[in-house]
Design a protein around this ligand. Structure first.
Ligand SMILES: C[S@@+](CC[C@H](N)C(=O)[O-])C[C@H]1O[C@@H](n2cnc3c(N)ncnc32)[C@H](O)[C@@H]1O
Length: 214
């Protein structure tokens, strides 16, 4: 199982953004939408071995986090508008105070859940695992020792990481990994890491082939 956690510093946790201008009205939720495609969708397939968490720290309903599970999610499409509609619906559910099981992830539809909480709620949901933080300038992922069975990769958005997130990641001893000399977009960073894991699994004779998309 591989997991990605993307921290959206300003990405809205409320549904009140315009689908006609997602980038301009949602605290750059578009960055996170592209991460859904990068983490979970491949050509004509879905990565059943991947879970994506989106931490939404912007807007009046923050903090909230979404969890999308590749093994069970259905009808995920690669285009940004369709993904925007999906998140808008997901964020329209009442806040945790009104929902049974507040503090835990609440299923919204198959494979998609929401929690009232930020990184802490996500770390609690994941539990013990090998944590990595993707950081420009850190030791290169190529040649690094990697836990390919149970890794969690934490990534920043277009603004990188805020100091509290950075401090918490240091506290849990997330190992810093770099992806080469150029700062790339978050979704591209996910693609590079996924490719690295695919290659390592293939080298071991494991089959990382994704399931057909439904
Ligand atoms: C667009 S970058 C963030 C740029 C931001 N202006 C900053 O200075 O932190 C988005 C995220 O992708 C990951 N990332 C991008 N390029 C990377 C690289 N070369 N090595 C490791 N991680 C990278 C990091 O997690 C980063 O926070």
């Amino acid at each position: 199982m591989r997991r990605f956690v993307v921290i959206g510093q300003k990405a809205t946790a409320s549904p009140d953004f315009s689908l006609l201008d997602i980038a301009g009205t949602s605290g750059r939720l578009d960055v996170l939408l592209r991460c859904i495609r990068a983490a979970l969708l491949v050509s004509h397939g879905l990565r059943g071995d991947t879970v994506l968490y989106l931490v939404l720290l912007g807007g009046p309903r923050a903090p909230r986090a979404l969890r999308i599970e590749g093994s069970i999610v259905r009808f995920l499409r690669p285009d940004e508008r369709t993904l925007g509609v999906l998140l808008q619906k997901a964020l329209s559910v009442p806040s945790g105070e009104d929902v049974a099981g507040a503090g835990a992830f609440v299923p919204l539809r198959r494979g998609i859940s929401v929690v009232d909480g930020g990184l802490e709620a996500v770390l609690h949901d994941i539990g013990p695992a090998t944590y990595y933080v993707l950081e420009e300038g850190a030791p290169d992922v190529r040649g690094a020792r990697l836990d390919v069975e149970n890794p969690v990769f934490v990534l920043g958005d277009h603004q990188g990481f805020d100091p509290p997130t950075r401090a918490r990641l240091a506290e849990i001893q997330a190992a810093a990994l770099g992806l080469g000399p150029v700062s790339i977009h978050t979704d591209d960073a996910i693609t590079v890491v996924s490719n690295e894991l695919d290659r390592r699994l293939a080298d071991r004779g494991a089959n990382p082939a994704p399931a057909p998309r439904s």
